[in-house]
Design a protein around this ligand. Sequence first.
Ligand code: SF4
Length: 280
Amino acid sequence: MTTPEKQGERSLKGSRFELRTVENTIDDSDADRLAREGRWGFVHSEETGSAVDGPGMRVVFWTTGCEFRCLYCHNPDTWKLKHGQITCVDDVLDELKKYKDYLSFSGGGLTISGGEPLVQAPFVMNIMRGANAMGIHTALDTNGFLGDRLSDADIDEIDLFLLDIKSWDPETHIRVTAKPVEPVLKFARRLAERKRPVWLRFVLVPGFTDAPENIEGIAKFVASLGNIERVDVLPFHQLGKFKWEQMGMKYELGDTPTPTQESTEAAKAIFRAHGLNCPS
Ligand code: SF4
């Protein structure tokens, strides 16, 4: 019988929300070694016409591997490195080359997202360098926790950072992601020192990250950095729930509502009050 949930799952087919894991027979240590070498990497999926992952139209590659365990993650199938498709840098660049004119015409480019791309920093940087050599704008969508894996030269190679700060309050950050916030803030400061453009992303989760003082803390911090071009407040949604269930994992946010329009606007107003560009 076709249930509304099943219909919903079908409509996700081919999108970033589709559940995808590859059963590579490679063991974890070999996967780590490949990721460290950087010529091969693990890719969850690819999208060729995204308008929400940086300026213009973007080709987006989602890599696997993530050290966070966000309670609201809509891509838990990206967490394990070896659950991605083993992919060669040259193949990614060949694919990208097909869209070069289209990307340039739309003012877009390449975005690498995840998972957390910096789990595979050498692989990601090889792709970024190749894209730059083709004159394609590059963006890295990162939670910043592994920012130390990038050298200053690596950082300068990337045109735009889409940086997530999940929470200002340290306890809430650990509760939501299972990791501390300080390495993320350290990376944010480093990007500011190197004057790299950043689009900040903040996920508004009722009952977790939506306390006004939590949002205020992030807003005050990022406003002081001087390199934040834009802030996107992303309302929590339930699109990833089915993945948790299908992967046999306990999903704790089943009863968490999506934020109201009023609460989303109130969060945006806090960022705007600090002089930040926070689009409607
Ligand atoms: S950082 Fe992103 S991919 Fe990793 S657990 Fe959080 S939401 Fe999921």
